[in-house]
Write a protein of this length. Structure first.
Length: 501
C-alpha cells in the first residue's frame, strides 16, 4: 500500500515537472501582472494614453486588482521595477516551457493552442501596450469608410473631429501600410463607428483573432514538417512574451502579416505553390516587410522546375501582378507615395545597431576635426549604406541557398534575424515576425538567439528601467555573432547548415 502511494506520488511529481501546464500557469500570472501595469492611470505603465473605459480594463477586473495590490499607486520608477519583475517571471517561465517542450513530442493541441489564446486574451482588454499605431489604423480606416478619402494622400490631422486623432502622435503622417490592411481597417471602422474605445477593442480583437489562427497554422505546419519538435516549435512561436505583449497587446497589424506568411508556407508544403505565393503577396499588401519572405520562396519555386510545369509559373506570375494591381488600383497614391510605403522606417531609432555605430562614427569624425553637422550627416549616410549592403549580401546569399522546403523555412528565419540586426529603424514589435518564422525552423540555436533578442528589446520599452541605450544594439551584435559562430561549427560538423541545429 505504501509503495503504491509512493509510486503515485512519484508519478504526479514526474508529470508536474514535465507538464507544460506548470510554466503556463506562471506565464498566465506574468501576463496578468502586465495587464495590471497597463491599466495604470495616465499611461504611466505599459499602456499609452487611451480613452477610459471598463472595456479597456478587463471589465474593471484589472483596474480593481491593480488598486487592491497597490500597483496603480506606484510611481513611474516603482512601476518600472515591478515591470522588470513581471518580465523576468515571464521569460523564466517561457524558458521552462521551452525546455519541457523540447522533450515533449506529443503535447496536446488544447494545451499548446489553448494556453496561447488564454495569454492573448489577458492583454486584449487593456489599453494598447506601448504603441499608438492602433489609433493610426483607426484614423486611416475612417478616412475610407466615413469620408471616402485616400489614406495615402490624407493625414489624420485633416480630420480633427475624429475621436481617435487626439491619441495619435504623428498626426501629419499618411499611411505607410499596404492596401489590403487599409481595406481591413475601413471595414473594421465601418462596423464600430467613431468611438475610440470601440476602435481599440476592434483592432485588438482582430490582432487576437489572427494570432490565434496563426497558432493553429503553426501547429499544423510543425506537425507535418517536424513532428518530433512540434511542441517546441509551437511554444517558441506562440508563447514568446514579446509576441503576446506587443503584437496582440499592442493590436499590431503584424499579426495579419505573419498569419498570411505562415499560411503561405503551409500551402507550399502541401503542394499548392501558386496559392502559397499569393498568400505571401497578400502579406506584403498588409506590411511590405513580408517581401523578405517572398523572394526565397520564389527562388525555391523556380528551382523546383522538375516538380512544377510551365503552367504553374505562368499562374504564379499572373497572380502576383493581378493581386497587387487589384488591391492598389482603388487607392493608388502615385509613384512617389508608393515608394514612401516601401521606404518606411528609413530613419534611425535609438535601439538599432546602425544608430549605435552611427553615434560612435560621428564622435570619431568630430575628434578628427569635422563639425557636428558634417560629422552627423556623413556618418548617417555612410552607416546606412554599409548596413544596407550587409543586409543585401546576407539576404541574397540566404535566398540563393534555398534548395528545399526546410531550408526555405530556416533561411527565412535567418533573414528576419538579419533584418532586425541591420535595420536603421527598429521598434520592439518588429521582432514579432522574426520570432514566429524563426521558430518554424525548429532550431534550438536560432530560437535561443531570437529569445534572447526579444528579452533585451523588451527591457528598453518606455516606462521600464532607464538602462543604457547601447544595451539593445550591443546585445543584438553579440547574439548575431554567437548565432553565426554556432551555424559555422554546425556546418563544419555536418557538412551543411542543417535546419535542425
Amino acid at each position: 500500500m505504501v509503495s503504491g502511494e509512493m509510486a503515485l506520488a512519484d508519478s504526479v511529481s514526474h508529470d508536474w515537472r514535465h507538464s507544460l501546464t506548470a510554466p503556463a500557469a506562471f506565464m498566465f500570472l506574468g501576463f496578468a501582472l502586465m495587464a495590471m501595469i497597463a491599466v495604470a492611470p495616465g499611461g504611466r505603465g505599459l499602456g499609452v494614453a487611451a480613452p477610459a473605459s471598463r472595456w479597456l480594463s478587463g471589465g474593471g477586473v484589472f483596474s480593481w486588482l491593480s488598486k487592491r495590490l497597490g500597483i496603480s499607486a506606484l510611481s513611474s520608477g516603482r512601476l518600472a521595477t515591478f515591470y522588470l519583475f513581471a518580465l523576468v517571471l515571464l521569460f523564466l517561465s517561457f524558458l521552462w516551457a521551452l525546455a519541457i517542450a523540447a522533450k515533449t513530442k506529443k503535447a496536446s493541441r488544447p494545451v499548446l493552442v489553448g494556453c496561447a489564446i488564454a495569454f492573448g486574451l489577458v492583454v486584449t482588454f487593456v489599453p494598447p501596450i506601448m504603441a499608438k499605431d492602433l489609433f493610426n489604423y483607426a484614423a486611416y480606416g475612417r478616412m475610407i469608410s466615413a469620408y471616402g478619402r485616400n489614406p495615402y494622400l490624407f493625414a489624420p490631422r485633416a480630420f480633427p473631429h475624429e475621436p481617435v486623432v487626439q491619441y495619435i502622435s504623428w498626426k501629419g503622417a499618411v499611411s505607410v501600410y499596404g492596401p489590403l490592411f487599409s481595406y481591413i481597417s475601413a471595414a473594421a471602422t465601418a462596423v464600430v463607428g467613431r468611438s475610440a474605445v470601440s476602435a481599440v477593442v476592434a483592432f485588438k480583437l482582430l490582432a487576437l483573432g489572427f494570432y490565434a489562427a496563426t497558432v493553429f497554422l503553426t501547429d499544423e505546419l510543425a506537425r507535418r514538417m517536424r513532428p518530433e519538435r512540434r511542441s517546441f516549435i509551437v511554444v517558441a512561436a506562440a508563447w514568446n512574451p514579446l509576441v503576446v505583449l506587443l503584437l496582440v497587446g499592442g493590436g499590431h497589424n503584424d499579426t495579419m502579416m505573419v498569419f498570411l506568411v505562415v499560411l503561405g508556407l503551409l500551402l507550399y508544403h502541401t503542394g499548392r505553390p501558386v496559392w502559397s505565393v499569393i498568400s505571401v503577396v497578400l502579406a506584403a499588401l498588409v506590411k511590405t516587410t513580408a517581401l523578405l519572405f517572398l523572394v526565397p520562396m520564389l527562388v525555391l519555386f523556380i528551382r523546383e522546375n522538375a516538380r512544377w510545369g510551365l503552367r504553374k509559373y505562368l499562374q504564379a506570375a499572373i497572380s502576383v501582378v493581378a493581386v497587387a494591381v487589384a488591391f492598389y488600383a482603388p487607392l493608388w497614391p502615385g509613384a512617389r507615395g508608393f515608394f514612401k510605403i516601401l521606404s518606411v522606417g528609413s530613419g534611425y531609432s535609438s535601439a538599432s545597431v546602425p544608430r549605435f555605430m552611427k553615434d560612435d562614427f560621428t564622435s570619431l569624425l568630430k575628434m578628427s576635426g569635422y563639425s557636428s553637422t558634417s560629422a552627423s550627416t556623413f556618418s548617417g549616410i555612410a552607416v546606412k549604406v554599409i548596413f544596407l549592403a550587409a543586409f543585401a549580401v546576407a539576404f541574397l546569399w540566404l535566398s540563393y541557398k534555398v534548395t528545399d522546403f526546410h531550408l526555405l523555412v530556416r533561411n527565412s528565419g535567418l533573414i528576419a534575424f538579419a533584418f532586425i540586426v541591420t535595420a536603421t529603424w527598429l521598434m520592439p514589435w518588429y521582432a514579432g515576425f522574426m520570432v514566429v518564422v524563426a521558430a518554424l525552423s525548429g532550431s534550438y540555436l536560432i530560437v535561443g538567439a531570437t529569445t534572447g533578442a526579444t528579452f533585451v528589446m523588451l527591457l528598453l520599452l518606455p516606462g521600464s528601467y532607464q538602462l543604457p541605450r547601447e544595451l539593445v544594439p550591443v546585445f543584438l551584435l553579440v547574439t548575431a555573432l554567437v548565432l553565426v559562430v554556432g551555424l559555422f561549427f554546425s556546418a563544419r560538423r555536418h557538412g551543411e547548415l542543417l535546419p535542425g541545429t
